[in-house]
Design a protein around this ligand. Structure first.
Ligand code: M6R
Length: 602
């Protein structure tokens, strides 16, 4: 809210947030004692078309929303804002007890959403004489689940009230104008000064300022921060897709994530890691929790940590973790990996682990997000904003952070000599130029994408650290090209998956580097096995690996790096391939169907 036309500012902000959900969008403004709104199913362009035909009145206050459907199909009626009487509301999250709350009203609801009930609850309060902020204090504690609610009242046109529980909300502080959003990207054009709102807090905004209270109305503490990237980082800069731009940013993102991690004695120092070395020495088990791509980064970390630190390390899908009654205690170190820092499954797993007394270290790319805030310590990746829904630089920088954490644990626990750690760091420092070499060969990858674009299914094989890389390659293809793609441990092939091999089936194989010769030989034998059954093999192996080359229908050379670091280079052509396949198939690469960038509901 502020001096500009708030409706326009909100639509511009929604466009920057569209990657978070793109089923439908809408805007509402308070005007002459009533609410006016426009909302449309589909992408924001439909909302813009609607506003072009029926312009919104110019106001100083507006709210808007871009949706990822939970309850109710993506229709105009189910789009937000939801209006009841004087109140308009937008909601992120899920109100789990919406059915019982809805039963309190003897009126027909306009939508099938869980969210609309919040508008009715607030409207009942203001109709009974409460101010908007009093109404929010009465309603928010009654809602179960996850929510960020932002509301306006037609009779208080210069005011916005928002509440949050388990869902993100940040406040942007401009000059005489304020912005509320689930991500700073929405208002980065106007200000880089922001405020993190805490759990169960309510913020009340007018043009004169803002106040933050808890649900009981008591003043609450909040943290101010300055965003260290600017608008250009959130734009495509000549690339056709954010995803492609982010793939090409990886040399820089990896280098930035490595920056400033050593003192002048060459020792690793992870400044943000506020867990005392004595506590890290007491740890007897590490559990890594994450979802999707972050889970695959954690899977690589397991190989590295067990090898370097010699502590048992489990990696677990965050969504499974707390439901299986995991054995974790004060001697367990939990590492939670999340690019967005807002993934609900990961957040809930963190809370569960901390309740059992475990310390949690978050690896996160988003300053001030809920996950780092609710963890004991954080190691930030410095990838810059990741807008493409498919994670790319998020993944490689998570790998780097995991390697750093593994090496730091090895240092603190005396499991490696300083020169051994320094040698691995030096190798990591060489990775940006290796990644660049992979990117320089993008045209070869694109040519194969063109050749294979009609294929209905593809397999990805890998072994050791190459196995999670294969899983991640398959995930990229599934989410972007919408084709059946599966990753397997190459050693499992004969235990079942080989039955899937048919004539011309594309099979991507990540071959371990020389130095792991036993493993490498076995993977080469696997390539021969699938090729003998008619598969089209795309082999990612060291440039000098003539045997691998001889077994390849298509050969993608990799630089010589150690086995544990190989995913950092092997994933690059797989990301490029998925991006290009989806482009050539005519799909929206940045906003694949049914997906949202951060999954803030369980
Ligand atoms: O923000 P997070 O890293 O917690 O997100 C985890 C997953 O939702 C995410 O990696 C997802 O799998 C991506 N679509 C992968 O490209």
């Amino acid at each position: 809210m502020g001096a500009r036309s708030a409706g326009d500012v909100v639509v511009a902000g929604l466009k920057r947030l569209e990657y978070r959900g793109y089923d439908s969008a809408g805007v509402a403004v308070p005007v002459e004692d009533r609410i006016e709104w426009r909302k449309k199913a589909g992408k924001i362009v439909h909302l813009e078309d609607e506003i072009a035909v029926r312009p919104l009145p110019e106001t100083g206050t507006a709210i808007g929303h871009t949706r990822w459907a939970t309850h109710g199909a993506p229709t105009d009626a189910n789009s937000h804002p939801h209006v009841a009487g004087r109140i308009a509301v937008v909601h992120n999250g899920i109100i789990e007890n919406f059915a019982s709350l809805r039963a309190e009203f003897d009126v027909e609801f306009a939508s099938e959403t869980d969210s609309e009930v919040a508008a009715h609850l607030l409207n009942r309060e203001v109709a009974g004489g409460a101010t908007l902020v009093e109404a929010m204090r009465a309603v928010a504690p009654r809602l179960e689940g996850a929510f960020t609610l932002v509301a306006i009242d037609a009779l208080e046109p210069g005011r916005i009230v928002a509440a949050r529980r388990n869902s993100p909300l940040v406040l942007g502080q401009g000059e005489g104008e304020y912005f509320l959003a689930s991500d700073v990207a929405a208002f980065i054009e106007f200000t880089r000064d922001a405020v993190e709102l805490g759990q169960d807090q309510i913020v009340e905004l007018t043009t004169d300022g803002f106040t933050v209270t808890d649900f009981d109305g008591q003043p609450a503490e909040y943290t101010q921060f300055h965003v260290d990237w600017d608008l250009s980082a959130a734009e495509k800069q000549g690339f056709d897709w954010f995803m492609r731009k982010e793939i090409f940013e990886q040399p820089r993102a990896v280098a930035d994530t490595l920056l400033g991690r050593q003192n002048h004695h060459g020792e690793l120092v992870l400044d943000e890691l506020h867990i005392r070395p004595e506590e890290l020495r007491r740890v007897n088990k590490i559990v890594i929790i994450a979802c999707g791509t972050a889970y695959y980064a954690g899977f690589v970390a397991k190989y590295a940590i067990e090898h370097w630190v010699r502590i048992p390390c489990e990696v677990e899908l965050a969504s499974e973790f707390r439901y299986r009654d995991p054995i974790v205690d004060a001697q367990t170190l939990v590492v939670a990996i999340s690019q967005s820092g807002e993934t609900a499954d990961t957040l809930m797993a963190i809370r569960h682990a901390r309740e059992q007394g475990s310390k949690v270290i978050a690896i996160c790319n988003t300053n001030g997000a809920t996950i780092p805030r609710e963890s004991d310590a954080v190691l930030y990746t410095h990838a810059g904003p990741e807008i493409g829904v498919a994670s790319t630089k998020g993944f490689t920088t998570q790998l780097v952070a995991c390697y750093l954490l593994g090496l730091y644990l090895a240092q603190v626990r005396g499991m490696k000599y300083g020169d051994e750690i320094a040698a691995i760091i030096a190798e990591l420092e060489g990775m940006p130029s290796f990644i660049q070499r992979m990117l320089d060969r993008a045209e070869d990858v694109y040519a194969l994408a063109d050749e294979l674009k009609e294929r209905p299914s593809m397999l990805f094989l890998g072994r050791h650290a190459g196995y999670p890389a294969a899983l991640e390659g398959a995930l990229k293809l599934k989410e972007l090209a919408y084709i059946h793609a599966e990753g397997f441990a190459a050693g499992e092939l004969k235990h079942g998956p080989i039955a899937l091999i048919s004539q011309d089936l594309p099979v991507f194989v990540v071959v371990p580097p020389a130095g792991r010769d036993q493993l490498r030989d076995k993977v080469i034998a696997n390539i021969a096995e699938v090729r003998a059954r008619g598969a089209h093999t795309i082999v990612l192996a060291e440039e000098r690996d003539e045997q691998a080359r001889a077994n390849a229908d298509t050969f993608w050379p990799l630089p010589h790096v150690s086995t544990l670091l190989q995913p950092l280079v092997a994933i690059i052509p797989l990301q490029l391939f998925a991006c290009e396949m989806a482009t050539r198939m005519g799909h929206d690469v940045d906003q694949p169907r049914n997906l949202a960038k951060s999954v803030t509901v369980e």
